[in-house]
Design a protein around this ligand. Structure first.
Ligand code: ATP
Length: 213
């Protein structure tokens, strides 16, 4: 199962965590195989897309049998590095940041927020959901020893760009940006942008203009 991961299209790669979560649930409930239509129903991706996605890593479902759950999970674990604990950090311990610290991905996979940063006196020095909150000035020193490359950014949007510059300077390679600000980073840094209010507006728009039958 030696797959060249650079050949997996980005759109496919983005769906892998979705598949992974569902398959993990299946395995936990003792199921050993799954059909593409069953998967399709559960993750809301059409079955032709699922078949194409799976074909990139050599999982060819058998007619009348479906896909082998264990095979798929072994592959996904490898690809998503689920066997290793991925440590991430969070900057901005406001309402949203606090919710992430309490949630801390504990149920879904092996990603963990290791530490958090803020500048406010009433946040720095605290522990939230077992995660210590440090002053942002300590960012570079703290991450140097801990192998962290990814930051969840939940600061006010006016502060987002200057903080992003600071994170990049410290060696961060990925930013999950929850602020509405579009931040600029060098080419070797990846930013994924999640604007919850835009997502919500878009859902409402689609419901209104493209109602499902
Ligand atoms: P949220 O938007 O997460 O719901 P909120 O409304 O409680 O948060 P915001 O004003 O958006 O608060 O600030 C989010 C957090 O970012 C706060 O904890 C604030 O102290 C922190 N923050 C503000 N400026 C900076 C900065 N320059 N560096 C790091 N953290 C900052």
């Amino acid at each position: 199962m030696d797959i060249d991961q650079t050949k997996i299209p980005q759109a496919t790669a983005k769906r892998l965590p979705l598949y992974y979560r569902f398959l993990e649930g299946l395995q936990a409930s003792g199921k050993h195989r799954v059909s593409s239509s069953e998967l399709s129903e559960a993750v809301k991706v059409d079955s032709a897309t699922i078949r194409r996605d799976f074909s990139y890593f050599g999982a060819l479902g058998k007619k009348g049998y479906g896909y082998n759950v264990n095979y798929l999970l072994t592959f996904f674990r490898k690809t998503l590095d689920q066997d290793e604990l991925t440590k991430v950090t969070l900057v901005g311990v406001g309402n949203l940041g606090t919710a992430f610290l309490n949630y801390n991905f504990s149920k879904s996979n092996n990603t963990r927020i290791e530490m958090a940063f803020d500048v406010a006196d009433d946040k720095v020095g605290k522990e939230i959901g077992d995660v210590p909150v440090y002053h942002l000035d300590e960012f570079k020193n703290r991450i140097e020893d801990s192998n962290v490359e990814v930051v969840i950014l939940t600061v006010p949007s006016q502060a987002a760009q200057s903080i992003a510059d600071q994170l990049v300077e410290a060696g961060i390679k990925g930013i999950l940006n929850f602020t509405p600000a579009r931040i600029s980073v060098p080419d070797d840094v990846r930013v994924h942008h999640i604007d919850l209010s835009v997502e919500l507006q878009s859902l409402i728009y689609f419901l209104k203009h493209y109602p499902l039958k």
